[in-house]
Design a protein around this ligand. Sequence first.
Ligand SMILES: NC(=O)C1=CN([C@@H]2O[C@H](COP(=O)(O)OP(=O)(O)OC[C@H]3O[C@@H](n4cnc5c(N)ncnc54)[C@H](OP(=O)(O)O)[C@@H]3O)[C@@H](O)[C@H]2O)C=CC1
Ligand SMILES: O=C(O)C1=N[C@H](C(=O)O)C[C@H](O)C1
Length: 267
Amino acid sequence: MAVAVLGAAGRMGQAVIAALAQQSTVSLSAAVVREGDSRIGEAVVQMPNQQYCAATAVDWQATDAIIDFSSVAAVSDHLALASRHRCPIVLCTTGLSESQQRLIDTTANNVAVLPARNTSVGIALLEKLTELATATLPDIDIEIAETHHKHKKDAPSGTAIALAEAASRGAGLAFNRHQATPRGEGEREAGSIGFAVTRAADIVGEHSVLLARLGERMILEHRVSDRKIFADGAIKAAQWLAHQTPGRYQMSDVLGLNHALQRLLAE
Ligand SMILES: NC(=O)C1=CN([C@@H]2O[C@H](COP(=O)(O)OP(=O)(O)OC[C@H]3O[C@@H](n4cnc5c(N)ncnc54)[C@H](OP(=O)(O)O)[C@@H]3O)[C@@H](O)[C@H]2O)C=CC1
Ligand SMILES: O=C(O)C1=N[C@H](C(=O)O)C[C@H](O)C1
């Protein structure tokens, strides 16, 4: 099968193309950059034996799925493209608006869509562990911390928000992504979820969930030191998604985590 990469010249686009070069069962059909990009027609990633040239269009005949690592400004157009060409899309861009979330739902009526704010296997598992922990531990205070490189645009990260959603599902709290703002002055409000954001140098991506109750605390933590982790997860998701009927899917579906957890919990 073959995938088209949108946002191909970015940090993650390049990581996906480099990871694809090491795959025998998935190839690259198009390395798509924005109109007017100075790299059009030039190699996006320098590989010893292969040339991946930047293009502005997808070869739909040759494409089984799309992987998008671009920007919020591009996501609506990319979803429309996927819908029009009935091409499954793994949507990895973060910082999406409420209306873009609704657009994902309408696109999913036509085609398989997998929005993944983090494509690492570890975070898919950490979300489940967080939900399990908050469903189990009584009287807990939940605080989420994330650290990324200095070029990251959105904050808190998409993953931090996904972890807050998982924590609130488990704890039975009402959480809306608008509440995902760093803490200010004043005493902690019961039932609130706090966020801490750090931006520094070239840190790839780190997240932790602090679950604290009087006298004890638990910290669930995940660190990525190589973007290949995200790239490999996105490719795995695209391979899986190419065989799905229209609908909205998650990384946990790709990895079969729900079945694994249900089996464990039933024992
Ligand atoms: N789901 C996951 O696991 C992960 C998600 N991400 C998310 O992926 C996204 C990209 O991250 P990263 O690669 O670091 O970012 P970069 O800024 O390095 O890359 C983004 C690319 O998208 C291009 N782009 C921007 N706007 C448009 C547009 N309107 N139309 C077409 N192309 C556009 C940029 O081009 P130009 O340079 O010309 O602006 C750039 O080449 C972010 O939202 C990030 O949070 C990142 C890592 C992991
Ligand atoms: O921009 C990044 O780099 C990352 N973004 C994602 C997010 O916002 O959660 C995932 C990852 O941590 C890296």
